[in-house]
Ligand binder design. Structure first.
Ligand code: ARG
Length: 285
């Protein structure tokens, strides 16, 4: 499956030399109260048991991986009862130090917004914009170079895309998600560096697929199998890519393009429909 995607053996070395990691600052939230007790996406089944100790260890491994790569990890305080609060990506979109806050679609997650706002206030940030429209932060927004890619279809309202553009002063490219298994943009697409992305085209409507192909002719196109193990819920610093270890085809594709795959196992968090990226909000000061 991956054989067709692998570029000739001369490419990796040439490309590897040019991959440049940049230091990042991330916000995470320990999965202290993590559980699957409701179902708000097709990955969740409250009947399936969650190994909460294993979830803690897997999450700690992710946090330590970022630190080992030289990144800064800030920690929000988990709140009892907010079982999905571990998915910090959903709490905001932070660009140029401006914080576009989340407005969660599902009532069960709505109390996370003020909890995260409190973290930003305590950390000394300026105000968090209280959005008029439903949006789930970096779950549905991804920053590539000067532009913001934005997903809608299951959670974030399209009107939030315009609101984010107006607030941030950055062009927002509005994309439509079409497959409920990929309910957030960050389950179907991630940014590799200033030039390119990796994505699973069938997660998007045809018009959005054509838009992405036009913007990113060099994109890595992932297989359904890799998308279904949340391989696209990955975090790149421009050179190192923290990626689900089960996404073996994608890992080969990344290596062939000169990136350094950093595989992580997050089986317990996947039961809630989240992977590495969902646990990670990038703070762009
Ligand atoms: N259970 C959570 C939800 O459905 C998972 C959120 C995952 N986060 C993400 N950025 N995709 O809302």
């Amino acid at each position: 499956m991956s054989a067709t995607a692998v570029t000739p053996t001369t490419a990796p070395t040439a490309a590897a030399a040019t991959r440049q990691a940049t230091r990042r600052e991330y916000l995470m939230c320990p999965p202290t109260y993590f559980d699957v007790v409701y179902a708000i996406n097709p990955w969740m089944d409250p009947g399936v048991s969650v190994d909460r100790d294993l979830a803690q260890r897997q999450w700690a491994e992710l946090r330590d991986t970022y630190r080992r790569l030289g990144h800064t990890v800030q920690l929000a305080d988990p709140q009892p009862g907010l079982v999905d609060m571990v998915f910090a990506a959903n709490c905001a979109l932070v660009v140029d130090g401006k914080i576009y806050g989340a407005r969660f679609r599902e009532p069960v997650r709505q109390p996370e917004a003020p909890a995260y706002r409190a973290w930003f206030a305590a950390a000394g940030f300026g105000g968090v914009l209280l959005p008029r429209y439903v949006n789930e932060g970096e779950g549905d927004f991804a920053v590539v170079r000067d532009i913001v890619l934005a997903g809608a279809g299951f959670r974030t309202e399209p009107a939030a895309h315009g609101e984010a553009q107006e607030f941030l002063g950055r062009p927002v490219v509005s994309l439509r998600l079409a497959d409920p298994r990929f309910y957030h943009l960050d389950t179907a697409l991630f940014v590799l560096d200033d030039d390119t992305i990796a994505y699973y085209p069938p997660a998007f409507t045809l018009g959005s697929q054509r838009t992405l192909a036009r913007l990113f002719p060099n994109a890595i196109v992932a297989s359904e199998a890799d998308a279904l193990v949340l391989g696209l819920n990955s975090v790149s610093d421009g050179a190192n890519v923290v990626v689900a270890q089960a996404a073996t085809g994608l890992i080969d594709q990344l290596a062939a393009r000169g990136y350094q795959p950093v595989p992580v196992g997050l089986s317990e968090l996947a039961k809630a429909g989240g992977g590495a990226k969902c646990c990670t909000l990038e703070i762009r000061r």
